[in-house]
Write a protein that binds this ligand. Structure first.
Ligand code: NAP
Length: 210
């Protein structure tokens, strides 16, 4: 089962690709710039060049699982939130359905189910995540939705939690732990139609994401 990694050149994406490669998990990294290729090639990771704002159907060739960890990031405006976080995700789900992809793993965000509760500046992003998740749920494509809390650059502890109650209100999770969780989920083939909040915590990933 080859996994198409959309957003492979991102901070989570790169860490995930290295872990998947080390585990012998077949992946294809979708990147949008040839200048990004050497980082992947030196690690023996296959790449495909495609952009969520253009045609990207060719990226799916030969892939039967999709990991969507792309995002427009904090330095662009609501236009890119709409076109990448929302419409890019929707188009990826449509392609996954057309191609009969076995499973779609979405990196969403904690509390995306309630955009109104987010600080005003984050509401367009949360609304995009809310709608993309809803579209995936309604698509009929087997899915997993991972909802990380506030992302940090702490090293991987490989110890996580799934609720604020469990962490005493601490809302952070390292990108490294998210990458480890995704690597676990990509291999856990029998797990479908589940949704997990992910925070840094005390329990091993395999126990939490069972
Ligand atoms: N920030 C938070 O606290 C938070 C919390 C929960 C969830 N998340 C989600 O976590 C995910 C990844 O986080 P991260 O830190 O790894 O983000 P990141 O480093 O900004 O990576 C995002 C990736 O998306 C790619 N991308 C952007 N526009 C694209 C397009 N038009 N076509 C194809 N790829 C495109 C970027 O490509 P380039 O490398 O070419 O720029 C980049 O590789 C995102 O989905 C984000 O929404 C974030």
């Amino acid at each position: 089962m080859t996994t198409l990694v959309i957003g492979a050149n991102g901070q989570i994406g790169r860490q995930f690709c290295e872990l998947a490669r080390a585990a012998g998990e077949p992946i294809r990294a979708m990147i949008r710039d040839a200048g990004q290729q050497p980082w992947f090639e030196t690690r023996g990771i296959e790449t495909v060049i495609a952009d969520l704002e253009g045609d990207f159907g060719h990226a799916f060739d030969g892939c039967d699982q999709v990991l969507f960890t792309a995002g427009s990031g904090p330095h662009t405006g609501p236009d890119k939130t709409l076109l990448i976080d929302l419409y890019g995700a929707i188009r990826a789900v449509d392609l996954a359905r057309e191609r009969g992809v076995a499973r779609f793993l979405m990196v969403s965000a904690m509390r995306a189910e309630d955009p109104q509760a987010a600080p005003e500046k984050l509401r367009p992003y949360m609304a995009a995540k809310f709608a993309a998740d809803a579209y995936l749920r309604a698509s009929g494509v087997p899915r997993l939705i991972l909802k990380p809390g506030r992302l940090t650059d702490e090293p991987a502890s490989q110890r996580v939690a799934t609720s604020l109650e469990e962490t005493g209100g601490k809302n952070g999770v390292s990108r490294a732990n998210v990458a480890h969780a995704l690597e676990h989920l990509v291999r856990a083939r029998d797990l479908v139609d589940r949704e997990f909040v992910l925070l840094d915590g005390e329990r091993p990933i395999a126990e939490v994401l069972a």
